[in-house]
Design a protein. Structure first.
Length: 391
């Protein structure tokens, strides 16, 4: 049975042209880009081209791009650099719904004595801008807010938030790992100082990412070693991964608009179809301002993990908004921050699409999911009690 992959916010398929671009760097073109000889030098030139391709996708210039190993490294490098640049400032502002790449880091920094403010969101996952404004103080070293939420797809107004931070002289970082390649970004028109992206979320390979650092921003390296990346990130570059990331960015820049239209149409068909055919279901997050490929849907009175297991029997891949911790199912911090009721949050499933999904796949999913939910609800004492009360 064919796999129907609707988990593209977890990772994406490497695009065939990306793989093709990468392959020579595993065989003929294995030189070290820092070498003095021309064999290494030609790889150095390929990295330069990739840097330009990444920069072009986000409206930056090539020397503002530092290659890293992943989105997590980019996030860590940005936040730690800001704290290093402003050692007297001990306050970090972030949100309650960040990815663990930021959230776990700031918790760790809190233990080391930094003060962390996590801005709340409303029940649609939208950032509380009033709370954000009053959270900024002369002691704030950095603001780190995600551009797009990985679970709900909801977008934060990071450009507006960055402008507010700039007016107060505070550095602004955005985790744009889910946004880059999915929505237009032009760093030339924002006040954002640093931006993280990750290759495997936009049809490049795993193990490669980038950090945009605006020209003139004080920056100190996270990985200290050789003088690769102009001394901003030690370590021999992942040359094949970087060349692939460049190609993926070039493709995203060329195809974003038509691809988004198609992906959004499939996402909306899936979402509307499920809401229509399954009672007591609802979308989590602001449907009007989110990524075109993502929908988080809650099916009341069922466990998300159980839904995933039954979907897996049909080779349908998605992910749930709950996580099994020490034997008990906890709804995700994102859904909790949005105040999604427990009976809904437990049964939440994230479907995230890509350009490789087809209408036939969506029809198949629309055919299978209602039966899965009905079967599980038949086993749920809460659903049956609820029905008895209602009837
Ligand atoms: N930030 C966000 C919003 C993400 O969704 C992810 C990955 O899911 C990351 C950061 C981490 O990226 P990576 O897997 O490249 O470390």
């Amino acid at each position: 049975m064919k796999t129907i992959y609707l988990d593209n916010n977890a990772t994406t398929q490497v695009a065939p042209p990306v793989l093709e671009a990468m392959l020579p760097y595993f065989s003929q073109l294995y030189g070290n880009p820092s070498s003095m000889h021309s064999f290494g030098g030609q790889v150095g030139r390929s990295l330069r081209q990739a840097r330009e391709q990444v920069a072009a996708l986000i409206g930056a210039s090539a020397d503002e791009i530092i290659f890293t190993s992943c989105g997590t490294e980019s996030d860590n490098a940005a936040i730690r650099s800001a704290l290093h640049a402003y050692p007297d400032k001990r306050h970090i502002v972030t949100s309650r719904v960040e990815h663990p790449a930021v959230r776990s880091l700031v918790s760790h920094l809190a233990v080391q004595g930094y003060r962390v403010t996590e801005i709340p969101v409303d029940n649609l996952g939208r950032l509380d801008m009033d709370r954000y404004r009053v959270s900024l103080t002369p002691d704030t070293a950095i603001v780190s807010l995600m551009w797009a939420n990985n679970e709900t797809g909801v977008l934060f107004p990071v450009e507006e938030a960055a402008e507010i931070a700039e007016n107060r002289g505070i550095l602004f970082h955005t985790d744009a790992v889910q946004a880059v390649g999915k929505i237009p970004i032009n760093m030339g028109k924002t006040s954002i100082d640093m931006l993280s992206l990750s290759g495997h979320k936009l049809h490049a390979a795993k193990g490669v990412g980038a950090l945009y650092v605006r020209k003139g921003t004080k920056f100190s390296p996270f990985l200290i070693g050789g003088h690769q990346e102009k001394g901003r990130r030690g370590g021999t570059e992942n040359t094949s991964g970087i060349v692939g990331l460049g190609k993926a960015c070039e493709l995203a820049a060329q195809n974003m608009q038509p691809e988004n239209t198609k992906v959004k149409q499939l996402r909306d068909k899936l979402e509307n179809g499920l809401l229509k055919s399954i009672p007591n279901s609802r979308v989590n997050g602001d449907r009007s301002w989110r990524l075109p490929n993502t929908t988080s849907i809650s099916f009341e009175f069922v466990e998300g993990e159980a839904i995933l297991l039954l979907l897996d029997e049909f080779h349908i891949c998605a992910s749930s908004g709950s996580a099994c911790t020490s034997g008990s199912l906890q709804p995700s911090h994102v859904l909790r921050a949005m105040g999604v009721p427990f009976t809904m949050a437990h049964g939440s499933i994230r479907f995230s699409l890509s350009i490789y999904n087809t209408e036939d796949e969506i029809d198949f999913v629309l055919d299978k999911v209602p039966g899965v939910i009905e079967k599980l609800r038949g086993l749920s004492p809460y659903w049956n009690v609820d029905k008895m009360v209602c009837s």
